[in-house]
Design a protein around this ligand. Sequence first.
Ligand SMILES: N[C@@H](CCC(=O)N[C@@H](CS)C(=O)NCC(=O)O)C(=O)O
Length: 217
Amino acid sequence: MLKLHDYWRSSAAYRVRIALNLKGLDYTAIGHDLRTNAHHDPAYKALNPQGLVPALDIGGQVLTQSSAIIEWLEDTCPQPPLLPQAAADRAVVRSMAALVACDIHPLNNLRVLRELKSELGADDTRTKIWATGWIAEGFTALESLIAHHGRGYCFGDVPTLADCFLVPQVFSAQRFNVSLDPYPHIRAVNERCDEHTAFVRAHPRHQPDADTVDSNR
Ligand SMILES: N[C@@H](CCC(=O)N[C@@H](CS)C(=O)NCC(=O)O)C(=O)O
């Protein structure tokens, strides 16, 4: 049985939940509340030395980094594929995912925002300007890529790895009150995914560790 070290509102964990659901794989979720620093617990760091979620226990081994975990899922459970057939198309899908995973998400991560506040003295307004600025830059580029390659989803007309990364980033952007009005293709893909069971079941509000009343982290 797969065990996902998770946190309902973690967008990196949300990516893996979507991929697991798209592959039709059962898993048990173990929640680590980032607000109380449960992820800094030595017992968890023994599993993931980075002390970040997600981590996937595959039985005797623990995989970390959402991109690596999803690639492992693709390798070991190829159906339905989350990458297209042609090598160049696969590179495009991976580049969309990397745009989110490398060039937006790390700049908005909890530890980075905490550091901005505690070490650099940024107040809530400055922190929000920081976070939303990087989201806008990334979404502007992603909007063009989806306009070019998408036909309902980020790439083509079936969900790929790129959608697993986009939808959680949209969820995170909405927490910063980013409007999707300038990004009609991103909004359309997000709405399409909102109707797909794998994405719906992975949504933060449907996780067992979710707050009943939402609060800011
Ligand atoms: N590159 C990592 C990022 C993992 C990550 O940053 N997870 C966040 C939650 S979305 C986390 O654990 N943050 C804890 C912290 O910043 O203290 C991945 O893709 O798995």
